[in-house]
Design a protein around this ligand. Structure first.
Ligand code: TRP
Length: 347
């Protein structure tokens, strides 16, 4: 059986370093590993519209922003199809068939959806499209026969719901859909990067993000004003490393070579942590090191992004070609689905 990757993002804003360590970095490694027969990366604009239906311009603008982020981190159109969800008609068809396989109670139980409903303050006026977006996400995944969905921890409930739909569909209509698996980042700090303010999620609406497109100066300002251990008031005080976002970022980004290059007097990141715990190490010093680490990682990404931004015709062409390849793949799946459901009257 071929190994196929499908994953994606809602184009609601430029991507940030939480996306990078939670998913993008891993995607590029997988893309380049040669282990996968096909890779599809989706700009999930239909899903983004489920809670932005009153602001379609925002989604439209961010399609190109996110496409630039993708190319900047190293997604390569020669290896990965980058596609726009709304343009793949098969996805709407699959969604409608799958909706019959999910109960209202099950849809309401999805923990990620629940959390988002609270965050957005939908109260009792939850749009049906929003409640059902995990079903449409099952269509995204199965349309491409995806075996592997590299994603952050918050996507685990979506994968569970997809697996249930696949199981149910195959039970009722016969073996049709491929059972997918989530692939989480193996670095624990990368599962969910906290915001610069210490909130447990980096999110644009909380204003606690470092974006892939941030200038070198913006990165530095954000790092130097990061939330750390609130009880670490004086340099001499012992500090806490666990749950301290500055150290979480270091865990997610710091390679040994960066310790060797930027951190005089310490052999490893663990030595730095031990010193912080003992006391006698100030936040400013740790933040300066983190700034160097982030600058080293993000500078090449930002520069590539600026280069691609000079050539938007090329970027649009990448999207067009990726979308065409995706249309072809997904219409094959929908034909198979309709045949097995016996809704192929004119065949
Ligand atoms: N739900 C994902 C997010 O919020 C985006 C997404 C849409 C996705 N379809 C997908 C992710 C399919 C993985 C697979 O970022």
């Amino acid at each position: 059986m071929s190994k196929i990757i499908l994953t994606g993002d809602r184009p609601t804003g430029r991507l940030h370093i939480g996306h990078y360590v939670g998913s993008l970095r891993n995607r590029v490694t997988l893309q380049n590993s040669g282990e996968y027969d096909e890779v599809y990366i989706m700009l999930a604009d239909v899903q983004a519209l489920t809670d932005n239906f009153d602001n379609p311009e925002k989604i439209r603008d961010n399609i190109l922003e996110v496409a630039l982020d993708y190319l900047a981190v190293g997604l390569d159109p020669a290896k990965s199809h980058i596609l726009i969800q709304s343009q793949i008609e098969a996805l709407y068809e699959l969604t409608v068939y799958y909706l019959n396989l999910v109960s209202l109670a099950r849809a309401e139980r999805n923990p990620t959806v629940k959390a988002e409903i609270n965050l957005r303050g939908f109260g009792s006026s939850i749009p049906l499209g929003f409640l059902c977006y995990p079903v449409s996400q099952a269509a995204d995944i199965t349309a491409f026969d995806a075996t592997t969905v590299p994603a952050g921890e918050d996507q685990a409930p979506m994968l569970e719901q997809t697996q249930e739909i696949v199981q149910r569909f195959n039970n009722i209509y016969g073996e049709t859909l491929v059972m997918p698996k989530i692939l989480l980042p193996d670095n624990k700090a990368s599962l969910r990067l906290p915001g610069t303010d210490g909130q447990n999620k980096m999110s644009k609406s909380l204003g606690n993000c470092i974006f892939l497109s941030d200038s070198s100066k913006e990165i530095k300002t954000k790092v130097m004003s990061m939330y750390t251990d609130p009880n670490h008031l004086r340099v001499e005080d012992p500090g806490t490393v666990e749950g301290n976002p500055v150290f979480t970022y270091l865990d997610a980004f710091c390679a040994q070579e960066m310790v060797d290059e930027y951190l005089e007097g310490y052999e490893t990141l663990d030595d730095l942590k031990d010193h912080y715990r003992r006391g006698g190490l100030g936040d400013v010093k740790v933040k300066k090191f983190l700034n160097n680490v982030l600058q080293e990682t993000l500078t090449p990404i930002r520069e590539r992004r600026e280069d691609y931004a000079q050539n938007m015709d090329y970027v649009k062409d990448v999207l067009k070609k990726g979308t065409e390849a995706a249309q072809e793949k997904a219409s094959g799946t929908v034909a198979r689905v309709k045949e097995n459901m016996r809704v192929n009257y004119f065949a």
